[in-house]
Write a protein that binds this ligand. Sequence first.
Ligand SMILES: *Cc1c(COP(=O)(O)O)cnc(C)c1O
Length: 492
Amino acid sequence: MSDVLARLRALQEGDLPTHGGSTLAYVYDSGLAEADEIGRTALAQYGATNGLDPTVFPSLRTLENDLVGWAARLLRGEAAVGTVTSGGTESVLLAVQAARDASPGITSPSMVLPSTAHAAFHKAAHYFGVRAIVVDVDPVTFTPRPEDVAAACDEATVLLVASAPSYAQGVVDPVPAIAAVAAERGVRCHVDACIGGWILPYLRLDGVEVPDFDFAVPGVTSISVDLHKYGYTPKGASILLHRDASLRRSQFFASADWPGYTMLNSTLQSTKSGAPVAAVWAVVHHIGDDGYQRLARTAYDAAVQLAGRIRTIDGLTVLADPATTLVALRSDERADVFTIADEMAALGWFVQPQLSFRGQPASLHLTVSAATAARMEELVKALESATRAAQLAGPVQVAPELAAAAGALDPSTLDDDAFDGLLSVAGLGDTATTGSLPDRMAPVNALLDVAPPRLREALLIAFLDRLMRPTWSAAGTDQHPLRRLVRRTAAC
Ligand SMILES: *Cc1c(COP(=O)(O)O)cnc(C)c1O
């Protein structure tokens, strides 16, 4: 048994560090070792429980109602109800699904999204057949103009969306104006506060001027807030709140159309581990309001400081003043951001490339968590030296013929051989078979950057398809009876 755990630890050595503040996307580190320990213990304690039925594990219902109450208080929803989901995407999916199903008479429902809305809304559009009407944001503020949102609505619009803040640029949309448009039309307005919903209320408590974005704003009907981001909890938890119980009803699903137990679900999952709810509950109560207020202030001050320091680095600009804890930056023409990201990786820092989009150049995204604050000087020095190195190297050049060819390809006409060829050209051929990424991602990113969005998607799906292939790794595989059976079957 200790052997398999040792093997797990060895495997993990190839992963990005989840703690220490040097991974500036995907993970969130409070820097509080005791909170992490409590989360891990609660996960283990509840790993075998099932949240399928709130009457058989009553403790899970208690924990969930307590957490939803905490979130409703933070987000000022006096009559709010909610559900703990597996993550931000599930919260967003359910908000869209609930909006769609609250208007069953509308045959081709639509939702209006700022172009900065999280991709989870496009996933919801894809899964649930809700048309996404995208409104471009102002190129300077990165927020949508409310009049553009109003003009984009059609007769079948069931939902308007605003972010607090958006992931890519970290700015808060004009929620009161967008919610007013929704209220006037009698449709729902979802505020995606997945990444800011556990930060903004605590910043407000700490005296920071925070724009109104929550249920205090008339017309806001639902809010998503992730615990596995700035709640600093183990992964697998977000909350979807509705302003009142009547708005949540269409989110729930029951089926009596089979001979087993009548299925009754509040989320996309049916059997679901109780572990994330228990872990979140334990961590949230351990850190507490005072702890979160301090953590929010620490990460926010660090983000503001980081943005200020980036502005002093020759060649870099910050896209927007951080509204919370997110910083996005661009480089001038002397360097490309993809090379800066590679140089940062070589120095031990993970920053996230964001490809060019609807006329906006490529950028880097840095999610600052409390643990990063203690390493600010180191981070700024790394950015300075990575930028200098990238300027010396110059931007990655994509051959113009290649860029033109990429622009002309129709991904729907490509077969598997064509994708294999394209992945090799992109520098991902070996990764697809070995699973290890190239040392330098800049050439890959530069090529993806000139590909139109549909081709980017198709290429990455082909990549994922090749990456995720099962291994037959049981010890002594050849002697395994199942293996012999398979071989015999294949032979006949
Ligand atoms: C992270 C995020 C999501 C998606 O959440 P996941 O937990 O990754 O599924 C949605 N919206 C915003 C604004 C986010 O930051």
